[in-house]
Design a protein around this ligand. Structure first.
Ligand SMILES: [Fe+2]
Length: 186
């Protein structure tokens, strides 16, 4: 991936984020700012708030605004998102993002009622992403750094799909993101 700046992320989100978020009734920007607002409301760190805001940014770096899951394609957006975020913000932002899809598989395996609460598109993509985790995969997941943050981010992701919710706008996170990025680089 070519060098990307913090401002690039905000501009890309603002310009390309108005497309639908999968099969849900919110667009990418709405999903992102609802995720960030949930992280903020839980009193989480700036790293987790920015992780929540940009956890799906990889979708907006792909060429097409199509619903890949409905076409039977897994775009591996957790890796493309994390790879964009790592050089800008460090692993406390990027690694929970990298794990947020595995965290869905994890939660489906360890929580009885988790699958039934998932949105339709999250259920459709589950199989493409590898389906349920087996016992040894569950154990391996729990040994990864940032796995709990990945699970926390996943729960935020699941809730951030409410049409018409009034939350702080995208640009309100710019100063936080710039400050976090310069701390990581400083
Ligand atoms: Fe998401």
């Amino acid at each position: 991936m070519h060098h990307t700046t913090v401002r690039d992320l905000f501009e890309r989100m603002a310009s390309r984020g108005t497309g639908a978020y999968g099969l849900s009734d919110v667009n990418q920007v709405e999903h992102a700012i609802q995720s960030a607002a949930l992280a903020s409301g839980l009193g989480l760190s700036d790293e987790m708030i920015i992780a929540a805001l940009f956890h799906d940014i990889g979708h907006l770096f792909s060429e097409e605004d199509v619903d890949l899951a409905s076409l039977g394609v897994d775009d591996h957006h957790e890796d493309s998102s994390a790879d964009v975020l790592l050089p800008l913000f460090g692993p406390m932002v990027s690694e929970p993002v990298r794990l947020h899809v595995a965290a869905k598989r994890y939660l489906c395996s360890v929580e009885n009622d988790y699958f039934s609460k998932l949105s339709t598109d999250s259920r459709v993509s589950l199989e493409l992403q590898g389906g349920l985790m087996l016992t040894d995969e569950v154990r391996a997941f729990e040994e990864k750094p940032f796995w709990q943050e990945g699970v926390q981010l996943r729960r935020i992701d699941d809730q951030a799909k409410v049409p018409g919710l009034d939350v702080p706008e995208l640009v309100s996170y710019l100063a936080m993101a710039e400050a976090l990025s310069s701390r990581k680089r400083g």
